[in-house]
Ligand binder design. Structure first.
Ligand code: GUN
Ligand code: ZN
Length: 429
């Protein structure tokens, strides 16, 4: 058993946050045994020693519900929209992940970046190569991380080096499920990349796999970009909408994560909600690629679950602070004001719920897995000044969201163990 003494941020049963100025978190075998006011917890665990982290603020590790591990080096590639971006930068780059050694090196760098930014759980796209998923799971397992990932299924409309074969792609997915799903803290997401790159047969096979293997996830993209949507309408003339393509093939279900969900209509949103599927909201990506603005008001009215996501490399930052700020700004453009607590919730506990991981990760309370971060507002002069002068929890959170970056994440603790402080990555390959 081991303790951490610092301030503490966590969610109450009504999903608002509380701050405890002097708290103790006790960790036992990777889980939180107790967390609360220092005096009370220390009295319950008098024999437990603690790291003196006073001056810092402990908070649940962030959860990124949609990110592409082979796109670390694609960040900041300008294009006139999604389809040329995929064709000119993303597919050529992902071709490199057929090489297991390259994929392994990049998986390490990717996880370094997540942890540097305080992200302890993510829902991850690998490339279409089984080797990239192997590399990712091995790297995540080594660090005891809770991660959900899968190899892309893409059997058409993509260049040969990243295209898979209908049956082989499904067989590889099944092999990866049997090998990795439920092993340690890892889970498998069946990953039909998006409807234009998948045949009906492949998507139907993906749904069959999800039926056959309990607890697996499904992840894909939907209604991101107007050209993409027009293309889907041509490819699937019988479908009522882009989302309906997936629905007819059996892919709308609990534990299905649909990225973007920008250009949906009311019937789509109602269906998303009724199916128990979730949306991954990716504001930095949507702004960078000019895809559109997620409709936060309509999402709230429909009531489907959603979490925040970086969507690196369409997204421009691994930092949850950047994503929360972009979500705030996009919501404002739609006439909605998201509170800092609501933003934080969508990147932690709300994201865990959208993934079906509630009770395991996303909060800092007894029984949860011990994935948390230590925040320090003193790392830059302006953040120190703005956060130091905050007169409420909301003000402090907002200062972090607007002025914070990876420097403010001074430690990431995974399954109770602080991860080594990370040197800046060097380019590999
Ligand atoms: N649609 C299909 N593939 C991708 C991808 O890699 N990124 C984004 N943003 N959208 C996609
Ligand atoms: Zn994506």
């Amino acid at each position: 058993m081991q303790g951490y003494r610092a301030a503490l941020l966590r969610f109450l049963p009504d999903d608002t946050m509380e701050r405890i100025d002097d708290a103790l978190v006790v960790v036992d075998q990777g889980r939180i045994a107790d967390a609360g006011a220092f005096d009370a917890v220390a009295a319950r665990f008098p024999q437990v020693g603690w790291h003196d982290w006073r001056g810092r603020v402990l908070a649940p590790g962030f959860i990124d519900v949609h990110v592409h591990f082979p796109q670390l080096d694609v960040i900041g590639s300008p294009a006139e929209g999604l389809l040329p971006w995929l064709e000119n930068y993303t597919f050529p780059h992902e071709a490199r992940f057929a090489d297991p050694a390259y994929a392994s090196a990049m998986a390490e760098l990717f996880l370094d970046e997540l942890l540097r930014n305080g992200v302890t759980t993510a829902m991850v796209y690998c490339s279409s190569h089984a080797a990239s998923a192997e590399a990712f799971f091995e790297a995540a397992q080594k660090r005891s991380l809770r991660m959900v990932a899968g190899k892309c299924l893409m059997d058409r409309n993509s260049p040969e080096p990243v295209r898979d074969d209908t049956r082989r792609g499904l067989a590889q997915s099944q092999f990866l499920i049997e090998r990795w799903h439920g092993r340690d803290r890892l889970g498998y997401a069946i990953t039909p990349r998006f409807a234009p790159s998948c045949s009906d047969e492949q998507m139907r096979g993906a749904a069959e796999l999800a039926d056959a293997f309990a607890g697996t996830w499904v992840q894909t993209h939907v209604a991101e970009n107007r050209d993409e949507i027009a293309w889907v309408a041509q490819l699937f003339p019988d479908a009522r909408s882009y989302l309906d393509v997936y629905d007819r093939l059996g892919l709308l279900r609990e534990r299905s994560m649909f990225a973007h969900c920008i250009h949906l209509d009311a019937a789509d949103r109602a269906r998303l909600s009724a199916s128990g599927a979730s949306a991954a909201v990716c504001p930095t990506s949507n702004l960078f690629l000019g895809s559109g603005l997620f409709d936060f008001k309509a999402a709230a009215q429909a009531g489907f679950q959603w979490g925040l996501a970086s969507d690196v490399g369409g997204g421009t930052s691994f930092s949850p602070f950047r994503t929360m700020l972009a979500a705030y700004e996009v919501a404002r453009l739609g006439g909605v004001t998201l509170s800092p607590q609501a933003l934080w919730y969508r990147h932690t506990l709300g994201a865990a719920r959208a993934m079906g991981l509630d009770g395991l990760v996303g909060n800092l309370s007894a029984g949860y897995e011990a994935d948390f971060i230590a925040l320090d507002a003193r790392v830059t002069p302006l953040l120190a000044r703005r956060a130091g002068g905050a007169w409420s929890l909301d003000e402090w959170l907002f200062a972090m969201i607007v002025l914070g970056d990876d420097r403010a994440i001074v430690d990431s603790v995974v399954a109770g163990t602080p991860m080594p402080r990370l040197a800046p990555p060097s380019r590999t390959g």
